[in-house]
Design a protein around this ligand. Sequence first.
Ligand code: HEC
Length: 290
Amino acid sequence: MKKLVTGILSLAVVAGLGFGAAVAEEAPAGEEHAAGGTPHYPIHKPEQQEWTFAGPFGHYDKGQLQRGLKVYTEVCSACHSMNLVAFRTLEDLGYSEAQVKAFAANYEVQDGPNADGEMFSRKAVPSDHFPSPFPNKEAAAAANNGAAPPDFSLIAKARGIERGFPQFVFDIFWPYQEGGPDYIHALLTGYQEPPEGTQVAEGTHYNPFFASAAALAMAPPLSDDQVTYDDGAPQTVDQYAKDVSAFLMWAAEPHLEDRKRTGFMVMVFLFIFTGLIYLTKKSVYANKEH
Ligand code: HEC
């Protein structure tokens, strides 16, 4: 009897929890916290985009990565560093050693000390990393309304989206790992006029997709036709945002393709192994009485 009661009680608790989660999920995020609760950002969740690197057979589209590099170089690198990424890794994008060398030479890096004990700057070589355009974090913040532009090396992995019920259940079977690029794309394309009654601090720009507030210190960095593509891809903010997000995913996870390929081989192995174990079990116990 006691067992039965405990059983019913725990069932009720589980059901209650599930219900609670469902209710929490239904409450729209953000804008509707006029009642005074803690604000919940982002106000809007990013829209899911199509990425070639999604799913178990995902792979990078080299053309897209090259375009993304161009957007990063011509626009974002004026403020954002990428100091864990070495120039030589750009060979992954299909560039030759000589091309990478020439690309790196466009950057100046600090080196030293020399024989006189002084630091000096020199042209970057392929083993150097993408440098910061600012001498230090304080200078970066001072030049950007008090908010230092974050380093880009891992940004695509550092920003994601919380997935509520029921999506996270399906994510077990078809993992969703594109939260970072979806977020960056949404942020870059999501600037709008603040709704009436919303005050935005001076020097910040309203963006309902920003993860930590209603407005951020980065002005909309992209506009149509800003970067020239030579492969005929559309020169729109949407396309730039997609390409640079894909590029940042590559920067954060350059070995994604290897990881997915290995994962698939492991699944195949486990499948065959299960079959063999089953046959072994059958043959070992074939003549035993149960
Ligand atoms: C003029 C300088 C400037 C340029 C150019 C710029 N950014 Fe930013 N960016 C900033 C600053 C400043 C912040 C910090 C904003 C804040 O925290 O309020 C930021 C933050 C970000 C963030 C992080 C948002 C978060 O969730 O914390 C992302 C992602 C980003 N920028 C992407 C880009 C991309 C992609 C480009 C190029 C297309 C770009 N930025 C170009 C200044 C810049």
